[in-house]
Design a protein around this ligand. Structure first.
Ligand SMILES: [Zn+2]
Length: 697
């Protein structure tokens, strides 16, 4: 320690604490660079030599294993800055400036605070007072150099990596299904089971067009997928486990399966608070793309097709959202509809009518976005029906071919799965054999080892038995399924696609998948009617014009014929009689129920039909009072006469109130004591008059 150093340290500094900052960039350095760590801790002695008592030298070593490239996440450094800014630190100790900060900004901020709070800085070369211009200049230079060092180091490494990548020779961790051979070339994994598994994955996606369906297929068939252990004691081993959705996506998105070498698919960016985020780079900006660098599982065209499929399937909202995969609901055109007014994709909404789900197609995105009325809302059930009819018409001639292809594919798929399971059995057998040999080779007296090897052998034998059993069981199942039900179903498909299409047992999702095989998209416009433009896969187009569907109240309206009939019958009959007549003819009310007197009365009122009373009055019939006056009788006697058939009355309402026909020139006589039956019954006259009434009305 020089004299100069001692001069800079004053009593005011010694009153405060000394802070020793210890850091190593990575955990590996912490473990392996113990020398450097020790040197850093030894700096404590320098502080003691300058006059600080040992218990006042505070060590901050919480940042061991943290890079100095940024102050974010370095809690120790942040604590150091806090202590300095609160003027609790007399001196800050660090082995080199680079230990404190590899980032000029962090470093200069620390220097400035040190200068303001009169805090010294000590490194291996000496003591500095940041308040002095010369010292600050030197420290600043050191900080800049340290940052530059990091940059140069990184640039050199990155340059080497880029150069290798440009030639396509950079060693990157091989994707599952590939290995490096002895010459350092990437080749397809010679392990048949691994190879087959990857191939089945691609084939399943080709067939189903959905990553989730691929996962389901593997799960249903009890197939496992290989994965490689990247860390730990078993690094490099291949283990087998169920296939996951994320793994399928990773494989489908990875262009290396086409045999291409790619570099720069992701990009690391720093955020404002110093965190790193990994961003995906669009394919056209990849740094290196060398196609057909090595053998692959699929070709580039298929890779691009897969990317398109995955984008179409994407459920999230956004500019890249295209179609959605078929779901369970009955809306046939779900995910295929475009709005003919604004060009946006239309969505499905369901409502329940008479216990059945009925789809509505709506274009509401813009409306929701801007809180306005929605663009279009079209009831979908008759649209679905029209499209279904069109497809049945279009598909019939090719059904046989489709059916045969389907059957063939089913067969080959099952064989493939069976082959994979067989391989699993083979592998288990091999492992059991290996365990057996290991057990046989051990010295029988060495009980400890022998026991554990025996246990291992037993476990392997158990796994073998399980694999065999699974294989047998699945094979049995597959055989049964194809032999009985499916073959019959396929054959019936060949003969009658329309029947199958209308089969209520067919799940809606399957129907929708058929639609997707045939249709590209459907554009809907609602104006006077509904206009449907269909685009088929091959490029053909069809337009269908449909009438606007009835509104729900219109659907429940009484038919025009029934109303006309009621109008006609009102001349002759009362409401209950009319209801009975209509029911006899098999007519129903708007809601599909039999007619009742009440319904008929309601219809008469609502449609403004002339009431029976008005009709009878118009035909010249008399009220009770009027006829009583004509005959000079009391109203009670009129009713009695009516009951005994001396007068002719017509009921006009439900409670049998009547209007009376005029008794004519020769009315029945009042004859006390004569039986009613003996008096003149005006039957002939009444019959003639009734006919007249009908004609007038
Ligand atoms: Zn629209």
């Amino acid at each position: 320690m020089t004299h100069d150093a001692h001069q800079k340290v004053k009593a005011s500094h010694l009153k405060r604490n000394a802070y020793l900052y210890v850091r190593q960039s990575t955990l590996r350095q912490v473990l392996e660079n113990t020398e450097s760590t020790q040197r850093q801790y030894a700096l404590r002695q320098q502080a003691v030599a300058l006059g600080w008592p040992l218990d006042r030298v505070i060590v901050i070593d919480t940042d061991l294993g943290q890079s100095g490239a940024s102050a974010a996440d370095r809690q120790g450094f942040q604590r150091l800055v806090t202590e300095v800014s609160l003027a609790r630190a007399g001196i800050v100790l660090g082995l080199e400036v680079s230990r404190l900060a590899r980032n000029s900004m962090d470093w200069h901020r620390l220097l400035e605070i040190c200068a303001l709070t009169d805090t010294l800085i000590l490194d291996e070369d000496g003591v500095y007072d940041p308040a002095h211009f010369n010292d600050r200049l030197l420290l600043g230079l050191k900080g800049t150099m340290s940052e530059a060092e990091l940059h140069v180091l990184r640039a050199r490494l990155q340059g080497g990596i880029r150069n290798k990548a440009r030639r396509g020779e950079l060693f990157v961790r091989p994707a599952m299904g590939f290995v490096y051979n002895a010459d350092g070339k990437l080749v397809i994994d010679p392990d048949q089971q691994v190879q087959q598994s990857v191939r089945v994955l691609f084939e399943t996606f080709r067939r189903t067009g959905s990553a989730m369906a691929t996962v389901k297929f593997f799960a249903e068939q009890g197939l496992q997928f290989p994965r490689r252990v990247h860390t730990g004691a078993n690094k490099g081993d291949t283990v087998w486990a169920g296939l996951e959705h994320s793994r399928v996506l990773r494989i489908l998105h990875n262009p290396r399966y086409t045999g291409a070498f790619v570099y720069g698919r992701t990009h690391t960016r720093k955020t404002v608070d110093g965190d790193c985020v990994i961003e995906r780079v669009p394919p056209e900006e990849w740094e290196v793309l060398i196609r057909e660098k090595h053998a692959g599982y699929i070709d580039w065209e298929e890779y691009e097709r897969n990317q398109r499929h995955l984008r179409d399937n994407c459920q999230s909202y956004g500019a890249d959202r295209r179609k959605s995969p078929p779901r369970e609901g009955p809306a046939l055109l779900q995910g295929l509809l475009l709005c003919g007014c604004c060009g946006k994709r239309m969505t499905v909404r369901y409502h329940s009518r008479r216990g059945q789900l009925s789809p509505d197609y709506v274009c509401q995105r813009e409306g929701i976005e801007h809180a306005e009325a929605i663009c279009q809302h079209i009831p979908g059930s008759n649209i679905d029906e029209a499209v279904g009819n069109l497809l049945v018409e279009a598909v019939t001639p090719v059904t046989l071919e489709v059916a045969l292809a389907v059957q063939q594919e089913l067969q080959s798929r099952l064989e493939e799965a069976d082959r994979l399971r067989q391989q699993q059995v083979e592998r288990s057998r091999y492992e059991a054999e290996l365990a057996r040999r290991r057990y046989l080779r051990v010295d029988p007296d060495n009980r400890l080892v022998a026991d554990s090897l025996e246990a291992d052998w037993n476990a392997k034998l158990k796994m073998l038995a399980e694999a065999q059993e699974l294989c047998e069981r699945q094979r049995e199942q597959d055989r049964k399924a194809v032999d009985d039900q499916q073959r019959a179903a396929i054959l019936s498909l060949a003969s009658s696609f329309p029947q199958l299409w209308r089969d209520p047992a067919m799940p809606d999702r399957e129907r929708k998948r058929i639609v997707r095989l045939l249709l590209e998209d459907v554009t809907l416009v609602r104006s006077d009617g509904i206009m449907l433009h269909l685009r088929f896969k091959g490029g053909a187009q069809r337009t269908i014009q449909l009438p606007l569907p009835l509104r729900s109240w219109e659907q429940r309206q009484t038919s025009k014929e029934a109303v006309a009939e009621i109008d006609r019958l009102l001349d002759l009959h009362t409401y209950p009689e009319i209801a009975a007549k209509l029911n006899e003819c098999g007519m129903n009310s708007g809601e599909g129920n039999p007619f009742t007197a009440r319904i008929v009365a309601g219809i008469q009122r609502r449609y403004g039909l002339r009431s029976r009373y008005d009709r009878l009055r118009a035909a010249g019939l008399l009220t009770l009072e009027e006829i009583a006056q004509v005959l000079h009788l009391s109203t009670t006697r009129v009713k009695i006469w009516l009951r005994h058939g001396l007068l002719c009355g017509h009921a006009y309402n439900n409670s049998n109130a009547c209007l009376y026909e005029h008794p004519g020139e020769n009315p029945p006589r009042k004859a006390q004591g004569v039986r009613y039956s003996k008096r003149l019954p005006p039957t002939q006259v009444v019959a003639a008059r009734t006919v007249e009434v009908q004609c007038e009305a």
